[in-house]
Design a protein around this ligand. Structure first.
Ligand SMILES: [Zn+2]
Length: 437
């Protein structure tokens, strides 16, 4: 079930297909758990596909957490919940001399239109890795830990990757508790309400190494014909909320030259973001994903627009340059139209470069299992980028069909999901032995 032939050719040929003496995960058990977790907060896409809606710290998120914690406890793992609601399950090492664990993990919160695999795969594969070791009586030199981090998606509370950020010491717990979500709820209150305001302090203990398995959420592996991605780092992310204040007026009687039209300004900004990304070129991306107009009526010039701008690049200098150019454009535009534009940073993360030794290990391990492997940066933010502040870190990507994600139609073939978990198992075993790090 595991060492399947690669679906397509690529430059990195398998180097060793004789893997029968090495353990492999129970693929059916992993797939069954993915299905069970997806059924918590179920939603159906327009094409009939099934996904999940578990916004962070909602009742649905709590139900998903409770289910995963049950699975962790069923394996008699020691489960700890920290002050920001991250949950970490640990299996002890062979003897107690080495205490910092080889850690894996991801998230189980979703966007409102979430798929079944984003985040969930990494968490459930981590549980599957540990269950495989227990079942086979394999003891490890270092403890094995699997975590799910709070509010990775950022769909309810900004910034995204909040739990891992606080774990890594990038934000104080007090600051995190005071974050107010899109529905007016406060992080600290919601953690307490759903019963996940834990006792373990943040920042959390430093692992020996961290590896996260995740679906690519982009089309590159599939398009390029590689089965597994050895992720080299994560793009820098700049999220800004802009509030444009103009003047509401009658759409029929107000001559164009007297307008202070917030809707027009928002549209110009959206166009600028697109043109700027095209001009800078790959891998730069820019998105306006949200525009709210007020009063949002057919015959009224909009008084205000609240919109978001998402800019990403793997190069910090280029990302900063794109921010500078956006700001210069905003100054020009606000003066020309007679509106004010206020800016609020929702999230700002510099690009992250993962540890070469762990990247090489992922590449070699996946290749040894008979896969074609591509080294690539991640276009999306992940908890691993926060953990990279603490310890040697990398990620494993599986293909995402057509790159569709944050959508119930998100799809990865069963065999690829299982292969990802097998790569994770072997990478973690190798890291535990201390030969790589
Ligand atoms: Zn994710």
């Amino acid at each position: 079930m595991t060492a399947m032939a690669s679906p397509s050719a690529g430059p990195r040929a398998p180097t060793d297909s004789n893997t029968a003496d090495r353990p492999a995960v129970d693929g059916r058990r992993l797939l069954r758990r993915l299905e069970e977790l997806a059924a918590v907060g179920p939603i159906t896409g327009a094409d009939g596909s099934r996904g999940s809606a578990r916004l962070a710290l909602t009742d649905a998120d709590r139900d998903g957490r409770d289910l995963v914690v049950t699975w962790m406890r069923d394996l008699a793992l020691s489960v700890s919940i920290d002050a920001i609601g991250n949950v970490i399950a640990t299996r002890p090492a062979r003897d107690g001399s080495l205490t910092s664990p080889v850690m894996t993990g991801s998230h189980i919160d979703t966007v409102r239109t979430g798929g079944r695999f984003d985040g969930n795969l990494g968490v459930l594969a981590g549980i599957e890795v540990i269950e495989t070791l227990i079942e086979r009586g394999i003891e490890t030199t270092r403890p094995f830990a699997v975590a799910f981090f709070t509010n990775e998606e950022g769909a309810r509370f900004s910034p995204d990757m909040l739990g891992s950020l606080v774990y890594a010491g990038g934000m104080t717990i007090e600051e995190a508790y005071d974050i107010v979500g899109i529905d007016g709820a406060r992080v600290g209150d919601e953690l307490a309400r759903i019963g996940y305001l834990g006792a373990q302090p943040c920042p959390g203990p430093v692992p020996h190494a961290f590896v996260e398995l995740h679906i690519e959420q982009g089309p590159v592996l599939e398009l390029e014909g590689f089965r597994i991605g050895a992720v080299t780092g994560v793009q820098g992310i700049s999220w800004t909320e802009l509030t444009i204040t103009g003047q509401s007026n009658h759409a029929g009687t107000t001559p164009m030259r007297f307008r202070h039209d917030a809707g027009y300004v928002a549209a110009r900004i959206a166009t600028f973001v697109r043109e700027l990304a095209t001009e800078i070129g790959h891998p730069h991306v820019g998105t306006v994903g949200k525009i709210d107009l007020h009063p949002n009526l057919v015959n009224v010039v909009a008084a205000t627009a609240v919109m978001t701008v998402d800019l990403r690049n793997t190069d910090e200098a280029v990302l900063q340059e794109s921010e500078r150019r956006l700001h210069a454009f905003l100054d020009e535009l606000s003066a020309a139209e007679g509106v004010t534009i206020s800016k609020r940073t929702l999230a700002r993360f510099e690009p992250v470069i993962f540890d070469d030794r762990v990247i090489d290990l992922v590449e070699k391990t996946a290749s040894d299992l008979g896969n074609t492997v591509m080294r690539l940066p991640s276009g999306a933010g992940h908890d691993a980028q926060m953990m990279a502040r603490l310890c040697p870190t990398a990620m494993i990507f599986t293909q995402s069909h057509l790159g569709i994600s944050h959508n119930p139609a998100e799809h990865t073939d069963d065999a690829d999901l299982v292969m990802g978990a097998d790569v994770l198992l072997r990478v973690m075993l190798e890291l535990s032995e201390g030969t790589v790090i």
